[in-house]
Write a protein that binds this ligand. Structure first.
Ligand SMILES: Cc1cc2nc3c(=O)[nH]c(=O)nc-3n(C[C@H](O)[C@H](O)[C@H](O)COP(=O)(O)O)c2cc1C
Length: 163
């Protein structure tokens, strides 16, 4: 039996980027959640993945979503990350965002990168669901420095090369 503390502490040794996954449904309702589970999956076809707790408020909305956008956060966006990592209503009207060209999902200003996807498949993974998206549009900022989550805290990257 693996206890939850050991699982979290051990997996916490793996640094992750921080993304806010967003969606705009057919009625114009906006959804967004902070995740560290986002990852690339396949180049041909171009697929990405992320996972969401089945108990998340936004879980039903993402299960029904036809598309989503990935906002890859910059090192100065930890406050934005925290807004989408709570159970509170999202203060959309107070945040600066624009609709993504292909999917209409909200994109925030000054992110490191944006990735728009059509929902490809959804798989069960224990207490989470795994969402796989087919990439339809990409935009990277040449100068952007990513926000990192490691050891239970937000951090910035030290770009010193070691190899
Ligand atoms: C850095 C960071 C990474 C996170 N990664 C994930 C993740 O990959 N999957 C997930 O389900 N929740 C993740 N969370 C937690 C959700 O953001 C959090 O549970 C949120 O409150 C869900 O919102 P909702 O229940 O209102 O939809 C992460 C939180 C933080 C701060």
């Amino acid at each position: 039996m693996i206890d939850a503390r050991t699982f979290r502490d051990t997996l916490g040794r793996l640094p992750t980027g921080v993304c806010i996954i967003t969606n705009c449904n057919d009625l114009g309702v906006l959804n967004g959640v902070t995740v560290g589970s986002f990852s690339s999956l396949s180049l041909d076809p171009p697929l990405v993945l992320w996972s969401l707790d089945k108990k998340a408020n936004c879980h039903a909305a993402f299960r029904e979503a036809k598309s989503f956008a990935v906002n890859v956060l910059s090192e100065d966006q930890s406050d934005l990350s925290n807004i989408f990592a709570t159970k509170e209503e999202r203060p959309w009207s107070e945040l600066r965002h624009r609709p993504a060209p292909e999917t209409g999902a909200p994109l925030f200003e000054n992110c490191c990168a944006y990735i728009e996807c059509h929902m490809e498949t959804i798989h069960e993974g224990g207490d989470h669901d795994l969402f796989i998206g087919r990439v339809v549009r990409l935009q990277a900022s040449a100068s952007g420095r990513p926000l990192i989550y490691f050891g239970g805290a937000y951090r910035r990257i030290n770009e010193e090369r070691v190899g």
